[in-house]
Design a binder for this molecule. Structure first.
Ligand code: SF4
Length: 117
């Protein structure tokens, strides 16, 4: 199988091609620097994304607080991540970077506040 991905590690946006039958035999071409290799392989076999959303908050003019993961999580868990926020309701004060959920969905990264309120 041959797949082309756009590397988002830096603004160059290299078009990288991965030719593979298994992860172990993947042939990667089109990258400008070596950082593109693990990115392209991950995109084919275990794509990761930083999750961003919002949760309810009370005690402020704003009704929701923006949150994000402090690292990428498996793309396959994004829907589960959105569902997990439904039961969360915070109260001010919250500082930017405060941990809202530790080890979010057992991914090894935390869900944190993206704003101070
Ligand atoms: S392959 Fe290297 S230079 Fe190209 S977009 Fe990825 S990180 Fe940037």
């Amino acid at each position: 199988m041959k797949r082309t991905v756009i590397c988002t590690v830096c603004p160059n946006g290299c078009e990288i091609t991965v030719d593979y039958t298994t992860k172990e035999d993947a042939q990667v071409t089109g990258y400008t620097c070596k950082r593109g290799i693990p990115y392209a392989i991950a995109e084919c076999f275990e794509p990761m994304r930083t999750f961003t959303s919002s949760v309810k908050i009370s005690g402020s003019d704003r009704r929701v607080l923006p949150v994000k993961t402090n690292g990428p999580i498996p793309k396959a868990k994004l829907m589960e991540a959105a569902e997990a926020l439904k039961g969360i309701e915070l109260t001010v004060p919250v500082a930017m970077g405060d941990v809202i959920v530790e080890n979010f969905l057992d991914t090894g990264v935390n869900l944190v506040s993206a704003m101070s309120l």
